[in-house]
Design a protein around this ligand. Structure first.
Ligand code: C5P
Length: 290
């Protein structure tokens, strides 16, 4: 029996801009991504056996070919020719589901990294990221991790200077968001405000946490229904009142996060939000390339 374990880290969007719709139906994006320490654990076990098996700690997740971990494993097998019979994947999920924090994409990326190790196929991170493009738009970023500018569909990646160390409060409101629906909604919205991606990248270069946090912006917030926007704003207000340097929605939402220089302020904000929103976490930036 051979076994390997990979941490699948969540991500936040320090910014998200939608530049326009493409002929292939996807949208061109420009966004600054950051990995955080909140993670799922993905365990891959190879034994004598007949077929690929998947299990998770959450009963409501699919464990068939619809799960992105299985889609990633099959893509890896197509590219490398390895035999997936006898492979078991177990995912211990901690990242909230359908939250805009790349939980699924990160599991898919962890499967690609883990299979590369398990089968000793020796692919580079860049090669794994290219396989990830077939699995989902955020998967290439999740293969690479850390702080990066993502462009195109999300697959054109430029590493950036790391976010200075800080505490990040994540808070997922209870309502669901459909990513394809939100993309459709933004096609019908006149985008009035866009993130200052250049300013964020300069602030990262200067190691200026406050200047990064003050520039965080996600155009999807403008495409949410008014009722949802007010919940997002309420969470942001709680974060700012507790001393967050900035607050923003992540990805296609609905998770909202705040960036804090002080741990005690982050803990107090999370304590208050947890009273209304069970899926509230205090986390930190992480660099998993090293
Ligand atoms: O690539 P992924 O399967 O994660 O994308 C989910 C959906 O999000 C797509 O079907 C598409 O509707 C939308 N999307 C998009 N443009 C992107 C990424 C995703 O329109 N760059």
């Amino acid at each position: 029996m051979r076994q390997t374990r990979e941490a699948a880290y969540a991500k936040i969007n320090l910014s998200l801009d939608v530049l326009g719709k493409r002929p292939d139906g996807y949208h061109d994006l420009r966004m600054v991504m950051q990995s955080v320490s909140l993670c799922d654990q993905v365990t891959l076990t190879l034994e004598e056996g007949e077929r690929l098996k998947l299990s998770t700690n959450l009963g409501f997740l699919p464990v068939d070919d619809k799960n992105i971990a299985v889609i990633a494993a099959r893509a890896f097998a197509r590219h490398t020719g390895v035999d997936l019979n006898g492979l078991s994947i177990h995912i211990d999920k901690q990242i909230p589901v359908c939250a805009g924090t790349a939980g699924g994409s990160s599991d898919g990326a962890a499967v690609l990294r883990g299979l590369n190790r398990l089968f000793e196929t020796g692919l580079s991170r860049e090669e794994l990221a290219r396989i990830g493009e077939e699995v989902g738009s955020d998967v290439p970023y999740c293969v690479m991790g850390c702080t990066a500018l993502a462009e195109g569909r999300g697959e054109i990646l430029t590493p950036l200077d790391p976010l200075p160390d800080c505490w990040i409060v994540l808070c997922k409101p209870g309502f669901p968001i459909s990513t394809p629906e939100l993309f459709r909604a933004i096609d019908g919205v006149k985008i009035r405000c866009r993130p200052d991606n250049g300013g964020i990248m300069s602030a990262l270069k200067a190691g200026n946490l406050r200047a990064v946090a003050q520039r965080m912006f996600n155009v999807f917030e403008q495409a949410m229904p008014a009722k949802r926007q007010s919940t997002i704003e309420e969470i942001k207000n709680v974060l700012i009142q507790h001393g967050a340097l900035g607050a923003c929605m992540s990805g296609s939402g609905p998770t909202v996060f705040g960036i804090f220089a002080q741990q005690n302020q982050a803990e107090l904000a999370a304590g208050e939000l947890a009273g209304s929103y069970a899926e509230t976490f205090v986390t930190r930036p992480v660099d998993y390339r090293v």
